[in-house]
Write a protein that binds this ligand. Sequence first.
Ligand SMILES: *Cc1c(COP(=O)(O)O)cnc(C)c1O
Length: 455
Amino acid sequence: MSNETKILLPESEMPTQWYNILADMPFSVPPYLHPVTFEMMGPEDLAPVFPMELIKQEVSTERYIPIPEEVLDIYRLWRPSPLYRARRWEKALNTPAKIYYKWEGVSPPGSHKPNTAIAQAYYNKMEGQTRLATETGAGQWGSSLAFACGIFDLECKVYMVRISYDQKPYRRIMMETWGASVVPSPSMDTQAGRNALAKDPNSPGSLGMAISEALEDAVTHEGTKYSLGSVVNHVLLHQTVIGQEAMKQLKIAGDYPDILIGCVGGGSNFAGLFLPFVKDKLDGKAPDLRILCVESTACPSLTKGLYKYDWADVAKTGPVSKMHTVGHNFIPAPIHAGGLRYHGMSPIICALYDHDLVEASAYHQNEVFEAVVGFARSEGFIFAPETAHAVKAVMDEAIKCREAGEEKTIVFNASGHGHFDLAAYDAYLNGTLVDYDYPEEKIKAALKELPQVDG
Ligand SMILES: *Cc1c(COP(=O)(O)O)cnc(C)c1O
């Protein structure tokens, strides 16, 4: 038992391997299909957009994959990240529950995302690429990749969803500071963008649109590959440093979680925390452990979407995968948690959800901000609006513990800070934050446009 507020690991205790859940899944994760032919995709189909090492990792069934020394060296800038015990918030909630949070906001861009950005930039550099193209919503992923490309001396082109580009200049400035070039999407730089602008010159853009542009950029430019910040297997793999560290830190604290909680957009930050614990569950060491994925009511892929094959992007250029989806054409309401607005979900998480190994819930933004402001007043840290969704779910579980008189251990992933999202806090504090109800008709319409494939 320790009475520390934050449990720190020395650098020497940083994980040196990523944990690959595909080695231990007792069921298969459905394969990617070609966006046009719907044939199973092989490595040669992915080679135009990803470096070979990442393609190998995407389908690998090796349980542990060594982290290259060069990547570990950059991780050391902020890893191991601290695990905090939220004692003041526990007291404020008057709960017997023990609440811990793994704080990923300590990285230079301020979120978990560089855990994979650094690895991806490294493998591209090793395979002779000179430039990476990607999309970003509010700029969390773009800034992480810009940081990574800066470190490995790669050019970086970021297609930033127009509405965020206009409304949220600070992450763009961050990206430019690290040397990236950033354009609003839809842009005139790709055919997909020009088509969209011809239809609607004032298009606010969407993540699906920006993905189409970045994919097209990668296949039409020499020395350029595409880079993805969530959803796919290799991204979840890289994030498992979070859970491996958390396990060691909880051991130091003399604790083991009863409930793990995290927000899910594409699913990478939370999977990074929970996948090493899923192994414990599968090994029979933690039969009662609950794993709770939290999403936004404005984009409820797990809680309201269908488990069907769907395209990754609007232009249908990315692979088709089986996932819980609200439809590739669904444009979610402009909630402040930009990272929770993706129409699909990690196929690994969807398979686990389908087999009842993880649960899901969804919240509106006002209740989420009420919870996270309460957290900030107890613990100090001002979390990203995405992270705030996890905080609300933790609060609800902690209150249940109070009512039942149960001293459960709750651990959540604090995926990032909200220093560039203060306008959202302002809207909440001023009472002008809007809740978006789930537009059932719109999701139904979007689901009609799914590819016609079995499964
Ligand atoms: C991008 C982002 C998310 C959502 O993405 P996941 O892949 O689901 O983790 C959550 N929190 C923060 C801070 C983010 O930047």
